[in-house]
Design a protein around this ligand. Structure first.
Ligand SMILES: Cc1ncc(COP(=O)(O)O)c(C=O)c1O
Length: 463
């Protein structure tokens, strides 16, 4: 489990049964991952927790991966899985994609780094303009760098200090947004004015106080806060559809009202599309929901498996960067190898047709999961957009973090994860994540997912 267990809901499923099945499945998991256990022993001597990033932590140990191809991955024990984790939503292009491989190999032979612009960054920026509508783009090395630059730009453009973010959202690991990511129930404070809670230690309280959380899907609370802090808020950073507490789409009219309020109060609207960007439609959430922000943060799927990000902005904001009033900088920004991968991903692989296929495959998977849920009477529902989906273990729809915290059955979600991992489905560890499909996912892969889910459903639902 990469994060503190935050979903505390308890569904109607008998706890004794959940605990018994969890023990059984955990024993099975240990049995089929002995080499991962050996790697773990070795790795934790040289890496804290045995992993390169804390999001890769997992109970009892992480599954160490050997290789991947198309929709499949193999772990160091040689077990094959269909990959629905897809590198936390990066690998929509499928593993070892030959088009991207060719582009990267060709670029390698012509030199991989100059810290001077190459054509790949120009073509990629042109493509992002076409997809997302915003006219100016810069590149970064990760989602964290993208949201960090966007916040610098919001503050620099407005000469204001406060940032508003959504309670229960994760927007990267720099100080301004490591606030109220996964706060505990007793820390939350009133819903109309939630407490800003640092996500772990290492963030000065003075900095934490500059970020104010608000609940998702509630424009009235946002309006109240913007009035209370009139002329002090630089920017609002928001995932247009929340994707780090399962998937929560925006309610009808919510994003439109958020746009209006930001304009009214002179607040820069930043869409964190690190997860949604290249996955839920050709033009991400911006296109899908038809609301244009002042800035868009991208990373993950846009570079086809290479570490890169991007920040889109209005012409006015672009001028602030061009004039160097706000410094958006980095040795590896627009690295030629990453840009070659981005260009191939954006222009050749994740085409409008690819999004049609991803959506159709996802719709089929969601429908089949829902059918299993209904047949076994599980307290759950299937949710998803574009290439992303999940089963949410709550008997009623969730609309914001406080719902997630109190209604989602975390233990049942963890048990479902174990069933998937023990039935050849590689899934994101943790309660809060979702599946990501790639263009390599076909009917047979969906069948395997549904079979694993049904094994779980029949054991817990008694069917
Ligand atoms: C919505 C969102 N924003 C930002 C980030 C940070 O991206 P990165 O891990 O590339 O720094 C993430 C990572 O999961 C994310 O989900």
């Amino acid at each position: 489990m990469p994060l503190p267990e935050t979903a505390h809901g308890e569904s109607s499923i008998d706890r004794k049964l959940v605990n018994k099945l969890t023990e059984e499945q955990m024993a099975r998991f240990r049995e089929h991952t002995p080499t991962s256990a050996e790697y773990f022993d070795r790795a934790r001597k040289v890496m804290p927790g045995g992993v390169p990033s804390s999001f890769q932590l997992n109970d009892p140990w992480p599954v160490y991966i050997d290789r991947g191809r198309g929709a499949l991955v193999w772990d160091v024990d040689g077990s094959e899985y269909v990959d629905f984790h897809n590198g936390f939503g990066v690998m929509c292009v499928g593993h070892a994609n030959p088009v991207i491989g060719e582009a990267v190999k060709a670029r390698h032979d012509e030199g991989t780094h100059f810290a001077a612009p190459t054509s790949g960054s120009v073509v990629s920026a042109e493509n992002l303009v076409e997809r997302f509508g915003l006219p100016q783009w810069r590149f970064s090395n990760s989602g964290t760098e993208s949201t960090m630059s966007a916040i610098h730009l919001a503050r620099g453009a407005t000469e204001r200090d406060l940032i508003v973010k959504i309670e229960g959202s994760y927007d990267g690991h720099h100080d301004a947004v490591m606030v109220s990511c996964y706060p505990e129930l007793d820390e939350l404070g009133p819903r109309e004015s939630p407490n800003p809670i640092p996500f772990g230690h290492g963030y000065p309280q003075a900095v934490v106080e500059l970020t104010r959380p608000v609940p998702f899907n509630d424009a009235e609370v946002l309006e109240g806060l913007l009035k209370e802090y009139e002329s002090q808020v630089a920017g609002l950073i928001i995932e247009p559809a929340m994707m780090n507490i399962n998937i929560i789409p925006p309610k009808d009219g919510y994003l439109e009202r958020v746009r209006e309020l930001c304009t009214e109060h002179g607040v820069k609207l930043i869409f964190d599309e690190v997860k949604t960007g290249a996955t839920i439609s050709y033009g991400g959430a911006t296109q899908r929901f038809g609301v244009e922000p002042d800035m868009i943060c991208l990373a993950k799927a846009i570079c086809g498996g290479y570490p890169g990000g991007a920040i889109g902005m209005t012409a006015e904001l672009g001028e602030i960067i061009a004039s160097d009033k706000v410094h958006q900088i980095g040795t590896f920004n627009g690295n030629p190898l990453v840009m070659a991968a981005a260009e191939a991903t954006l222009t050749q692989v994740l085409t409008p047709d690819a999004y049609e296929k991803l959506e159709a495959t996802n719709d089929a998977l969601k429908a089949r999961c829902q059918e299993v849920i209904d047949r076994y009477g599980l307290p759950a529902y299937a949710q998803g957009l574009g290439a992303k989906g999940c089963v949410i273990f709550s008997g009623e729809p969730i609309y914001e973090y406080r719902d997630y915290l109190t209604k989602v059955d975390g233990e049942l979600s963890t048990l479902a994860w174990l069933y998937h991992m023990n039935h050849g489905i590689f899934m994101t560890p943790g309660v809060e994540e979702e599946w990501t499909l790639s263009i390599a996912h076909e009917q047979e892969h969906i069948d395997r997912y549904v079979a694993a889910f049904e094994a779980f459903a029949s054991d817990v639902g008694g069917g």
